[in-house]
Design a protein around this ligand. Structure first.
Ligand SMILES: [Zn+2]
Length: 322
């Protein structure tokens, strides 16, 4: 399906995102000309885990970096062509995320997604996008009454308003964005308007050849069940576990629909929320290994579209996991 164009909502749904888009559209010039020149070949990862063990260069389709940002989420995807950033963690992690991505050799991002407007996902988004401008920025369109009033959100508005080459779009279920030959980003959710920010999380999948990765933000039970009922394509090899492994996410129905081969939880060591919960872990292990950033540090998944490899900051090196 071709990339959908954003159409402005009406009434209360119009919200601040419309203002964002209006501002960004006004300043947008020559974006398409820039995109062609953005990325060279996949970089090697010598600096990603520095000073950890050297990482073998890849010749595959995709690398997913689960950047350790403590209690928060930040995922960076490299392909042979475009890059995708999903969340950036708390404000304190801005420089860490910038250094990590620049250490891979990138000076800009093709698509940036803020899954939702909680600071553990977008607290450092403005600073990251200041240093690594995005061609496209996606997030869920919020009704006016849910517009955040946080400093992080205001700074993000400022950054996006000043970003002359950033196209700001609402994340629309069904919209697809090609990232490289054989690699596609598809927006899946949210399917409804919700009055809880976690439930507004952008849900998306990235398919690379025969392999697939599902990202869920902090989506919780109600939104998970809605997706299952809808018949959305949820099956995926790697599941980014919703809401850091909280018990209010990863319902049995949802996990059955995804049937992951393994899962990854981005979570802070000794966090005060008790994430991930034992009950959630017990549900997840029925579907294979659970990789956690609090235990492994940053984690990299890699695929050539067929095999799947994993390496981590505190692990033993690159190993094939399926
Ligand atoms: Zn979160």
């Amino acid at each position: 399906m071709a990339k959908k164009q954003y159409r402005r909502g009406s009434g209360p749904v119009a919200a601040v995102l419309c203002l964002l888009m209006t501002a960004a559209a006004f300043f947008t010039t020559g974006r398409l000309d820039d995109i062609e020149n953005v990325l060279g070949p996949l970089s090697d990862l010598q600096q990603a885990f520095a000073p950890a063990a050297p990482v073998e260069p890849m010749d595959g389709l995709l690398r997913l970096h689960c950047i350790d940002v403590g209690q928060g989420d930040s995922f960076f995807i490299e392909t042979g062509d475009k890059t995708l950033l999903i969340d950036t963690g708390e404000a304190d992690y801005a420089q860490h995320v910038i250094d990590y991505i620049q250490g891979l050799g990138y000076q800009k991002i093709d698509i940036a997604i803020a899954t939702h407007m909680h600071s553990d996902h977008m607290g450092s988004m403005s600073r990251v996008l200041d240093q690594l401008p995005a061609d496209t920025f996606l997030t869920t369109e919020l009704p006016e009454e849910m517009t955040p009033t946080t400093r992080a959100y205001e700074k993000l508005l400022d950054t996006l308003s000043e970003a002359k080459n950033t196209q700001v779009e609402a994340a629309r279920p069904g919209a697809q964005y090609p990232l490289a030959e054989g690699v596609t980003l598809t927006i899946i959710g949210p399917l409804e308007e919700y009055d809880d920010l976690n439930l507004t999380s952008v849900v998306c999948r990235v398919d690379a050849g025969a392999r697939s990765f599902l990202f869920t933000g902090d989506m919780e039970r109600i939104a998970e069940l809605k997706l299952v009922e809808s018949g959305a394509h949820l099956k995926a090899d790697v599941l980014k576990v919703g809401h850091h492994g909280a018990s209010t996410s990863s319902t049995r129905e949802f996990l059955q629909a995804v049937s992951p081969r393994c899962s990854v939880i981005s979570v802070g060591e000794g966090n005060s929320y008790g994430h991930p919960t034992q009950r959630t872990l017990e549900r997840l292990v029925e579907y294979g290994a659970v990789y956690r950033t609090d235990l492994l540090g940053s984690i990299i998944f890699e695929t050539d579209g067929d095999a799947l490899w994993l390496q981590s900051e505190r692990g033993e090196g690159r190993t094939e996991i399926g």
